[in-house]
Design a protein around this ligand. Structure first.
Ligand code: PMP
Length: 387
């Protein structure tokens, strides 16, 4: 296990004079704080004897019903029995890896991919292989190539990990047509898909695309989370898995943590029952759209020739590529001196790729701060090209 570059950055990036385009923190100040306070109080006074007791490792059955309603928003039909609540979707990543991966097993994931997933796979000594992507998401033919090569070596991958919507860090979305092809390739090779979808409901442009799980229930383990649509502070996510897998995940969860926080689950389930959460997500999407537009507008106006970036239809992230010859990791200390922070692209690969790349988050700073952040960043990039 190695320290994540993102975590190490948080200390620096949180200094008030730095515009942080680094962290992927949702803007929790937009939450209905007064109402959440009342919910917390009611859970204690009206349901305290359950809320303050041990719960189960699979999670509160009422919350699991509500989670099915949340997934239905994206076209997934599922039974509460097949859902396991997890400590954020991060714990689901850990449990799935714990259940499936032995040291040396191959795990396929996108290039780049979510940094903490890489760290989890690495902690279980997986052999991590990156599959190329473009602006439409992962390339099915590249996935096929990996699988054919592995078969020729007499090896099989344990699963293919994908973030199809508003990818972290790439910002792109896997098209419907590619989803079908990815599922077809995986079906032919008998490969399980691990679909990580914490941002799916945060769409503020383009047309929704059905999750892979909606098309192929038996082929996919699906991960969801309340971290971006409500709050990461509750640490509640979930996995939806074929029942044999789900039973193993529950056993793994029991040994990892005995039981969930019944209290946190009851607060969230009450919020989902009493608050117009769908409307609230629409409000969040307005806010995030304004921030995304501020970032794309600033990049368009200021970035030097030779650079490029993705144009997300939702979520929190833009993935930028610097002009040839520049190194985003080496540049970071100079950027922090200029009071702007980002995450260098190298952190999102198990290999040494991503030197010219950086992840820029627009979820947390205000539109004015984003424009100022990009202005500072461009100043640093121009300084590098002049070196
Ligand atoms: N997967 C992805 C792609 C993410 O971006 C995140 C949060 N940064 C997570 C999983 C973990 O989220 P949580 O554990 O808070 O649900």
């Amino acid at each position: 296990m190695v320290a994540s570059e993102v975590r190490a950055l948080f200390a620096v990036a949180s200094r008030p004079e730095v515009v942080s385009l680094a962290g992927g923190m949702p803007n929790v100040s937009a939450l209905p704080m007064g109402e959440l306070g009342e919910i917390v109080q009611r859970v204690v006074t009206e349901e305290g004897s359950t809320a303050l007791q041990y719960g189960s490792a699979q999670g509160d059955p009422v919350l699991r019903e509500r989670i099915c309603e949340v997934m239905a928003e994206e076209g997934i039909s599922a039974a509460a029995d097949d859902v396991i609540v997890t400590v954020g979707s991060q714990q689901a990543l850990d449990l799935v890896t714990r259940v499936f991966v032995d040291p040396g097993d191959v795990v396929l994931c996108e290039a780049p991919t979510y940094v903490t997933a890489v760290n989890t796979f690495a902690a279980f000594q997986a052999d991590i292989r990156h599959v190329a992507m473009d602006d439409d998401g992962v390339l099915p033919e590249a996935l096929e190539e990996h699988l054919t090569r592995l078969a020729a070596e007499g090896r099989r991958a344990k699963f293919f990990y994908t973030i199809p919507n508003f990818h972290n860090p790439a910002g792109v979305t896997l098209t419907a047509e590619r989803r079908r092809r990815v599922l077809e390739v995986c079906r032919r090779h008998g490969l399980l898909v691990l679909e990580d979808n914490p941002y799916g409901l945060l769409r503020y442009g383009g047309e929704p695309v059905a999750p892979l799980r909606a098309e192929a229930p038996d082929q996919v383990i699906y991960l969801g989370s309340f971290s971006k649509t409500l709050s990461p502070g509750f640490r509640i996510g979930w996995a939806l898995a074929p029942s044999a897998v789900r039973a193993k995940l529950v056993l793994a969860a029991e040994s990892a943590m005995l039981s969930h926080s019944a209290f946190n689950q009851m607060v969230v389930r009450r919020y989902l029952a009493t608050h117009p959460w769908r409307e609230r997500i629409k409000d969040f999407n307005e806010m995030y759209r304004e921030r995304r537009d501020a970032m794309l507008g600033a990049l368009e106006a200021m970035m030097p020739a030779g650079s490029s970036w993705t144009r997300p239809e939702g979520g929190f992230f833009v993935w930028a590529t610097l002009p040839e010859g520049l190194d985003a990791k080496a540049m970071l200390p100079r950027a922090v001196n200029a009071r702007v922070a980002y995450v260098p692209g190298t952190g999102f690969y198990a290999s040494d790729e991503g030197r010219r790349n950086m992840r820029l988050s627009f979820c947390y700073p205000t539109p004015e701060q984003i424009r100022e952040g990009v202005r500072r960043l461009v100043g640093v990039i121009e300084g590098e090209t002049a070196l």
